[in-house]
Each structure stands twice: as C-alpha cells, then as structure tokens.
Design a protein around this ligand. Structure first.
Ligand SMILES: O=C(O)[C@H](O)COP(=O)(O)O
Ligand SMILES: [Mn+2]
Ligand SMILES: [Mn+2]
Length: 549
C-alpha cells in the first residue's frame, strides 16, 4: 500500500447516524448446535440470549468461526480465541500461525530463515531442545509440525535433540496424550537409527507446567523451568510413555494437569537439562501461552522466580510471540502481519484477564491511549474453573454497565469467558451454570444499552459449551472402552450467533441475505456501520443493510 495515500479516516455511512453508544459483547466459547443434553447452552436457563434469537429474526444470524473463515489451514480446524479475535478485530481473513508454519515447512523455507540459521550455530557443540504442546489440536501447535521440525533439524545438522513435552487434553480428548507420546517416540527411534541422539527429556500437563498466560501464575512456568532447564521434577521415569501412563493412574490427574517429570538414564541422571551452548525452540505457533516462557528463556534480568542457573543458549520461538516486546528476538516463522484495526472512536474494553479482543490476543496495543481504556478483572487463580463457574461474570457485566451508563465511551466491548473456560474442564454440570452466568451478564449489559438508547452487538469467538461430547460422523455420542461418553473439552467447529438491536438502531437495519457464508471477519465492518461509518473497501463485507421502507 502506498502510505502517502492511506488515511485512517473512515467515510461516513450513507444512511446510518453517528453518536450511538455501541455495546459489543463477545461470549467466549458460545456456539450454536443441536439441542440435546450435551448442549450446555440449550440446557442452561439463558433467557437473554433466547430472546435475541426468538425476538427479531432478521437481527439474529449465525456466522462461521472455524476453519478457513478465520485463516486456519482446513475446515476441520476448530476455532479458537486467538484466530477468532484476530478476525473480529481485523475485519479481514489473515492466514494465521498454523498455516504459516505449514507453508514454511512445506517449502523448506523455515530451515533457510534467520531464526533457524541462528540456532543452527549451536548444533555442532550443543543440544537442540524443543519445548511445546504435544497434540494435533492445531490451536497452539501440531504434532505433525513437530515431527517435520525434528526431521528437518536433524537433516540440517542437529546431532543431539531433546524434546520437552506438554500434554494436552484440552484441545483434544483427555487421555489422548499417551498416543501422541507413542507417535513422538517412534519418530525419535527413527532418528536414533540414523545416528541422532534424540529423546524426550521432560514433560508435564499444559495447565500445570509452562503454558500459563498473562502472568496469571508464574509457578506454572517455574515448574517447567525446573524440569526443562535444571532437570529437576518430583517424578522421574525412564521413558515418556511410561511417565504419562503412570502419572495418569497414580495421581488421577488428567492430561491438562499432569505433574512435571523428567526422564532419567540408568544412573538416575536426567537425560536432557538445558546447558550453556544449547539451542532451544518453543514450537508452539500460538503466542499467548508462550510469552511467559519466552521471557524466562530470553531475559537477562528476570525476577519472577529464582532461575538458579541461567544457561547461555540460542533461543528461537516458532513465531515471534509479542510484536511490541519483540519477543523472542529470534523466531523461525514470521507472524501474521495484521494491520491495526481502524476505529476512531473512544472505547472501553473489559475482559476477564484470560482474554480480550485487543490488545493481548493480538499485537495491537492501544490505538490511541487518550481515547481507549482497557480493564482487566483478575481471575481466580489456583483453581479449575468448574469449581467457580460463575467466575467474574457479574463483576465484568457491572463494569460494562457502569461504563455504558457513564456515557464516556462510544464503544464498550466485553468478553464474557464462562462458557469457554468452564467448558474446557469437561464438567457438564458446571458448564451449564457457567452459561447461565454469562447470560445474566448479557442481560445486565443489554439493560444498560436500553437505558442510554444505544445499540448492542452480541456474538461469540468460537464454539465450546454447545457441544460437550465427542461424536461420530452421524452426530451420535461416542463411547469409550468402558462405555462412558467421551467428554469433549475442546472448542468445536460450530458457527456462532450474532445479534444486533437496541433502541439506537435505525428501524430498517437488518442482516442482509447476500453474505450467507459470513464469518467473524465480517463483524468489524458491521460494527463500523453501526457507528455511522462505511467500512474500508478491503474489509470483509458488512452483514447489515438498511431497508428504507
Ligand atoms: O489455550 C487454551 O485455553 C485453549 O487451548 C484454547 O482456548 P482459547 O482459544 O479459548 O484460549
Ligand atoms: Mn475464546
Ligand atoms: Mn477456549
């Protein structure tokens, strides 16, 4: 784009007025699916969301929130917060991290880039360590990418490789980690046949080891540091398959929460602590749960916990995880270059500290600090969210309500996390409570919009709570070997609702019929219209039209 021609200024919408307060609610993990007992949104009392659906048929519709509509490689890829919020904020479909890594691996360019050249310098004298989430979930990482990376690294000179695994059970079925470790072990055995000294060195469950986010709990990262770098953990095993099987049995922990372990040799010595001169790659492409470990691995000055030993390593991320902090400074694949959202309106964003549209899930930061404010409501830490499924929905809704009534902002947007965070625990009863809590929050915010004569937009970033069971192709719940239903802790491929309304909405506004495959990326243009602006021409088209009759 020629910068001299570019202007952030948006054109006026030909028909829609400016000056209305727009309340934008993103329900986290709230999709639309068949109504049955495993659809927690259906089972829960959700009068506010029900009334939006039943109230005005041309102001409620579904939009796509998975697969190619949000820049993911295939239609089998479920949506997630990062890609969903990116699409919502960017108004266009950008190829996301998963696909960028696929392309770089397929073309081999990943091994020619600056990041790989940098770590390669350690291959002669040092060990290559790969740390990341071991599953095929495709949200944070993918095992097939790890296997290609292992193969490519060994072909490019890595002679000693150690893998530090984080078991999933959140984006994939609980218990599936055993199979993923077996697959990894097979590949490591192949490498060993070819003369590469390759082994798993440590591990632990993703929610308990390493993959914390937004500095919620540094102990999570510290446990990982001890296992991966210092070679110290409460559990020691000779091999990783045995480790995962035994820990699941003995501690009754699920894959997400397995305690940290290290692999030791016949003499009880850890096989792969990270030492001076080694190379380290964190192979997750998604950023949010990698920023903290990137800081620990990269920052000279660090005071969140005592690292005991800070090895001199060459470290690269799969992607750069934080564009503002330029963290890590070396990376194998460039992240999506998402243009900043264009919105010249004052706004308040309120989020539970797990997510937000902006700035954390994407690398935007403040557009204009004088016109924006971000509010974070701290989450409960140290518990799984099924214990307190109401979470902070009430506090979030009250903040949003007060901001709307206060009249300082043109736009107040809010993320209600309950259905997603509790849905990930796989606890169906608790998820039903969570959906009701989110709906209560919606009601409070819609009431405030009503009072100020504003406009609301209610949507979601991806599905989760609307389907809590793994199904066969015909939609029938799948049973495990013991005859129990297989609980689905992950997101889904389902579309999500979007509803508009409020006293400030011009009566003729409705969803148009000519965007039948509309997705989350179409929401930005829609919201711009509701603020009285036309969207830029390169945006995905608006979902609304104004009927003058
Ligand atoms: O990181 C997580 O919690 C899950 O892998 C995905 O959930 P999210 O995309 O809603 O964050
Ligand atoms: Mn989400
Ligand atoms: Mn989620």
């Amino acid at each position: 784009m020629d910068c001299s021609e570019f202007s952030w200024k948006l054109k006026d919408h030909p028909k829609l007025p400016k000056g209305k307060t727009v309340g934008l609610i993103v329900l986290d993990g709230w999709g639309e699916a068949n109504p049955d007992q495993y659809n927690c949104i259906h089972v829960a009392q959700t009068p506010a969301m029900d009334s939006l659906k039943q109230g005005a048929p041309d102001r409620w519709r579904l939009v796509r929130a998975h697969g190619k509509a949000v820049g993911l490689p295939t239609e089998d890829d479920m949506g997630n917060s990062e890609v969903g919020h990116n699409a919502l904020g960017a108004g266009r479909i950008y190829v996301q991290g998963a696909k960028l890594v696929d392309l770089a691996l397929a073309s081999g360019k990943i091994f020619e880039g600056e990041g790989f050249k940098y770590i390669k310098e350690s291959f002669k004298a040092g060990t290559l360590h790969l740390i990341g989430l071991l599953s095929d979930g495709g949200v944070h990482s993918r095992i097939d990418q790890l296997l290609l990376l292992l193969k490519g690294a060994s072909e490019h000179g890595a002679k000693r490789i150690r893998v530090h695994i984080l078991t999933d059970g959140r984006d994939v079925l609980d218990g599936s980690s055993i199979g993923f470790v077996e697959t990894l072990e097979e590949e490591l055995a192949h490498l060993r046949e070819k003369g590469v000294d390759a082994q798993v060195a440590s591990g632990g469950g993703r929610m308990y080891v390493t993959m914390d986010r937004y500095e919620n709990d540094w102990d999570v990262v510290k446990r990982g540091w001890y296992a991966q770098v210092l070679g110290e953990a409460p559990y020691k095993f000779k091999n990783a398959v045995e480790a995962v099987k035994k820990l699941r049995e003995e501690t009754k922990a699920n894959d997400q929460y397995l305690p940290p372990f290290v692999i030791v040799d016949e003499n009880g010595k850890p096989v792969g602590p990270i030492e001076d001169g080694d190379a380290v790659v964190t192979f997750n492409f998604r950023a949010d749960r990698m920023v903290m470990i990137a800081k620990v691995l990269e920052y000279e000055d660090f005071d969140k916990f005592d690292r005991v030993r800070f090895p001199k390593i060459r470290y690269a991320g799969m992607l750069q995880y934080d564009g503002e902090l330029k963290l890590p400074s070396h990376y194998l694949v460039s992240p999506p270059d998402i243009e900043r959202e264009r919105m010249h309106k004052s706004r308040l964003s309120i989020a539970f500290d797990e997510y937000d549209w902006n700035p954390k899930s994407i690398q935007f930061g403040y557009f204009n600090p004088e016109m924006e404010e971000y509010v974070e409501i701290p989450s409960d830490s140290g518990i799984t969210f099924n214990v307190k499924p109401n979470m902070k929905a009430l506090e979030i809704a009250e903040k949003a309500r007060d901001a709307i009534l206060g009249g300082k902002f043109h736009q107040v947007r809010v993320n209600l996390p309950n259905s997603d965070m509790v849905g990930h625990t796989g606890d169906i009863e608790a998820t039903i409570v969570a959906c009701k809590a989110a709906d209560d929050g919606v009601k409070m915010i819609l009431d405030a919009i009503e009072q100020v004569g504003g406009i609301y937009v209610v949507t979601a970033d991806h599905g989760n709570a609307e389907d809590m069971v793994k199904r066969d192709k015909s939609g029938k719940p799948l049973l495990d070997k013991k005859g129990n239903i297989q609980i689905l802790t992950s997101h889904t491929l389902q579309p999500v609702p979007i509803a508009i309304g409020g006293p400030g909405l011009v009566p003729g506004v409705r969803f148009c019929n000519d965007v039948p495959n509309g997705g989350l990326a179409n929401v930005a243009a829609t919201v711009m219209n509701l603020h009285g602006f036309a969207a830029p021409s390169d945006y995905e088209p608006t979902l609304i039209e104004v009927n003058d009759n």
